[in-house]
Design a protein around this ligand. Sequence first.
Ligand SMILES: Cc1cc2nc3c(=O)[nH]c(=O)nc-3n(C[C@H](O)[C@H](O)[C@H](O)COP(=O)(O)OP(=O)(O)OC[C@H]3O[C@@H](n4cnc5c(N)ncnc54)[C@H](O)[C@@H]3O)c2cc1C
Length: 326
Amino acid sequence: MNKYDVIVIGGGPSGYTSAIYLGRAALSVLVLAGAQPGGQLVFTSEVENFPGFTKGIMGPDLMMAMEAQAKRFGVEVLYKEVSKVDLLKETKSVWVDETEYQANAIIVSTGATSKMIGIGEEAYVGRGVSTCAVCDAAFFKGKKTFVVGGGDAAMEDTMALLKFADEVTIVHRRDEFRASKIMQDRVLSNSKVKVMWNSEVVGVSGESKLSSIKVKDIKTGKISEQQLDGLFVAIGHVPTTKMFEGILELDEKGYLRTTMTALMRDVKWRVSEKDMWLDGFPTMTSVDGVFGCGDVVDYRYRQAITAAGMGCQAALDAEKYLTEHK
Ligand SMILES: Cc1cc2nc3c(=O)[nH]c(=O)nc-3n(C[C@H](O)[C@H](O)[C@H](O)COP(=O)(O)OP(=O)(O)OC[C@H]3O[C@@H](n4cnc5c(N)ncnc54)[C@H](O)[C@@H]3O)c2cc1C
């Protein structure tokens, strides 16, 4: 039987950071990194806001370094997808196809994926298409950009872009935004912002980089071609939690609930806020010995550094849990 102190499900910044801490604490650790080892950052080119890299670092290089750092402390890494879990017993089991792996604690760091329009724009991610304006707006200084969406995320992306881009056009399917009034007012009062109401992006093209999009007016059916430098898709995220449905408590959008996020949102939980800080486990999920970190928990910040920070918290909580349950 393959048995470890801790199994980390997910090989992104949160998973590898937790593995580094656990490996250094001399625990036996297996990372099951899934179909996308390195996580979301492998899809981006330059990362300029991860501390410690004065000239920036390529996303895949950062993730390979995190993996190597975890392996230095004896962590085992398999690029395999977990297909089934049994987390309710004291000894937890996860399966990769028919192979069972066991551990005394589990860290879930399966991340999230950005919703895409589905018109081939995925092929241009990192080459003119972005799903994260906080991450990429600075690359569009003096440029012409488009944002797709009408919720708070689209307004936030627009605000981030307005610091750099010369022009931001929002393409929205309806004739009004879903975003809060205050966000809308901020965006719409800026003279650099244009809105294409009742419209959707139906095509993308470009050679090495995205250079134009096709926008359809839903009411008239007319399609126009728009030249641009950047397209920001802000139509939401889906946390990777399907496998945990009915096993771990999820919030209304499918994000994994931990003690900290539940109490922050005033959800009735097993411990009080005071107990959580005094001797509890802020990153523990609804099941004892199962911890959550990174974008699978975080519906707000969604950054590599916040995911890594939460990975550290989950590792320290898991270590404390194992010491108490020896
Ligand atoms: C294009 C792009 C650019 C970005 N740029 C920046 C930036 O410049 N700066 C910044 O701070 N942030 C950036 N981000 C955001 C950042 O990448 C995320 O916040 C961060 O990767 C979240 O880390 P995570 O570990 O929580 O999850 P993820 O990175 O999403 O990793 C999830 C991991 O879980 C694994 N997994 C999922 N399901 C299973 C399963 N069943 N079994 C095993 N493994 C599984 C996946 O294979 C993957 O390894 C960017 C995101 C994108 C998409």
